[in-house]
Design a protein around this ligand. Structure first.
Ligand code: SAM
Length: 297
């Protein structure tokens, strides 16, 4: 079978980056290329892997695989959602695959969830090739806005009192590309202004403690200049670099910490709803190894 793509050699997709340790790469075996294009914003590749289901790759970086996406989507969503006493309005920046929305909608208290995705190609391809995530895009509580998340915040959310949110989840791609602004202080100021008094944010940090703890520290320092509470947690996931990804969490109200769940489901309900998240892992995900805690906290 023809597997012709610059990132696929001998039937294996290879993710490489200067951010990795020297001599490190991530490979997934490819069964079939489903789609490849240069969209208006980024290189987009969707392939069927032999063992991880369908895989979405943007600018050479794996975004989701059907096999392990639940780990990231559950943690980036349920950590802030359960830390908040009553999240009704939720904003997702990025996240065009729909996976985070799917998790947000598991909370009955949510009245409205807005998703702001820059790239229509991601939405269309997710609808076609990632149905277990993208079905959430069509839910009656969901509004999908096709726009740059930074501009959306600047022009809409931060200006109108009625457009404030309880939770804002930045489910973006890495800083090299259209998501660059999401790692700068001005973005966190916009987030702060777009939140209600008890509002919380969580951001895909694109880093992890093994590979680039200095960048993680820089991001945490930026957040701390804006928010009174900034904490870092992580989730384990095989197809993100070095098997884990850090999530930066901030709270507007100094009395509310994102690391402390304010609500929880029964054990049985947790098992029905989630595969990764549970009440105990919520707090545990903020406990870092010695060297990382010394550096970050
Ligand atoms: N979970 C993934 C990860 O950590 O690799 C992220 C998945 S999600 C598909 C990332 C999305 O953010 C992409 O669809 C991308 O188009 C979107 N995105 C990047 N920059 C954006 C921007 N400025 N405004 C809105 N969405 C953006």
């Amino acid at each position: 079978m023809e597997l012709s793509h610059p990132l696929i050699k001998d039937g294996w997709f290879r993710e490489e980056s200067e951010e990795f340790f020297p001599g490190q790469a991530m490979r997934l075996r490819v069964e079939k290329i489903l789609h490849a294009e240069r969209s208006k914003f980024q290189d987009v590749l969707v392939f069927k892997s032999t063992d991880f289901g369908n895989v979405l790759v943007l600018d050479g970086i794996i975004q989701v695989t059907e096999r392990d996406e639940f780990a990231y989507q559950e943690m980036i969503t349920h950590v802030p959602m359960f830390a908040h006493p009553s999240p009704k309005k939720v904003l997702v920046i990025g996240g065009g695959d729909g996976g985070v929305l799917r998790e947000v909608l598991k909370h009955d208290c949510v009245e409205k969830a807005t998703l702001v995705e820059i790239d229509e190609s991601v939405i269309n391809l997710s609808r076609k090739y990632l149905p277990k995530m993208s079905h959430a895009l069509d839910h009656e509580k969901v509004q999908v806005v096709l726009a740059d998340g930074f501009e959306f915040l600047k022009n809409t959310a931060a200006k109108h009192e009625s457009e404030k949110y309880d939770i804002i989840i930045t489910d973006s791609s890495d800083p090299e590309g259209p998501a660059e602004a999401f790692f700068q202080k001005q973005y966190f100021e916009l987030l702060y202004n777009a939140l209600n008094a008890n509002g919380m944010v969580i951001s895909m940090a694109s880093e992890n403690i093994w590979l680039n703890i200095d960048k993680l520290k820089t991001l945490k320092d930026i957040c701390s200049q804006v928010f009174s509470v900034t904490e870092c947690c992580y989730c384990t996931i095989p197809t993100y670099t070095s098997g884990q990804i850090a999530l930066m969490c901030c709270s507007k109200n100094p009395q509310l910490k994102v690391s402390v769940p304010h609500r929880h489901e029964s054990r049985d309900r947790e098992s029905e709803l989630f595969r990764y998240y549970n009440n105990a892992i919520h707090g545990a995900s903020f406990v870092l190894p010695r060297w990382a805690a010394d550096k970050l906290n």
